[in-house]
Design a protein around this ligand. Sequence first.
Ligand SMILES: Nc1nc2c(ncn2[C@@H]2O[C@H](COP(=O)(O)OP(=O)(O)OP(=O)(O)O)[C@@H](O)[C@H]2O)c(=O)[nH]1
Length: 347
Amino acid sequence: MPPFTPRPTFPPLLSLPRSYYLGHHAAGLTKMKTLLASIDLIVECRDYRVPLTSTNPLFEETLGERARVVVLTKRDLGVVGGGGKVERERDQLLRTLHHPTPVLPTTTTSRPSIRALLSTIHTHATAHARSIAGARVLIVGMPNVGKSSLLNALRSVGVGKGKAARTGDQPGVTRKVGTGVKVKGGVEEFGGGGIYILDTPGVFIPYVPDATAMLKLALCGCVKDGIVPSETLADYLLYQLNLRDPSLYAEYSPPTNDVAVLLEGVARRTGRLVKGGQADMEGAAGWLVQRWRNGVVGRFVLDDVSEEGVRAWKEGRGQEGMSGNQLRKMEREERRGRGRVVAGGGS
Ligand SMILES: Nc1nc2c(ncn2[C@@H]2O[C@H](COP(=O)(O)OP(=O)(O)OP(=O)(O)O)[C@@H](O)[C@H]2O)c(=O)[nH]1
């Protein structure tokens, strides 16, 4: 048998939904804007597995001038064990990209990572404080990146108290900007006052121009399940798994580029069958995607965080803020332009 060759690229999906911007996202953003005058520091969360793609330009536009700390959440899902040279270089590249803004990877169950974040928040909140009595910090990010979990972890480490914010494995659990939750008390610089964090609803990008970016965000759980069909997500996951190591799904199928083969294997192995013993492909797809989200079927970063990857990402930026109409118009013009080139080339 010839050796297995993974697909070098994922086929373009022109009909993929490119938006998940909801009413409570817009309302949350407006509320954040009105609170800005009383905020000392922004903690902007991005998902460690998509540290570039989960950047939302709306936060820079809306909250731009405030001091900020960038947190790369769910590090445990992007790295096997503690990581090695590759991970250190990747983290360094991201730090350089955002300099002088601090960039901190976190895992909510890793107390050292939460302690390091709390200490960075302390330093920056005290440096930029508007009140001598305490600091107010706004925690922002895309849906489901782990903002509320981070707030709870900071509170646990900082003041030894239990959960203050509701969390869940689907986006949209937090719908409103919260009141301040104390994560540190007795801060000397505030004459014994504290540091308070305000939780906010996750906010998605109004329009995602790049279909691959939409797939990555949906795979990581920033988009509610069902918006992007689970079989499409499973296919994209298969493409990513094959680029790394097809043995990651050896339990269900031999190496394959055909998602139907893998899903059939998953359905049979896990008993996801419908009438007549047919495989429940959608159920198997949803289950597989969830297993990846939980770190069971491989732990890796989806974005290309290399010098070249960062350059390409920067070049693509600036389009996310456009409205769907503006982008569709641009795409139409681009297609017409390509048509003219082809017609010109043939004459
Ligand atoms: N493995 C892992 N899971 C995490 C981590 N942080 C959060 N999660 C999980 O990610 C999911 C989303 O967490 P939330 O804290 O509810 O996310 P959110 O950003 O507040 O979500 P919205 O309500 O949409 O704004 C939950 O299932 C958490 O348990 C982490 O560091 N590691």
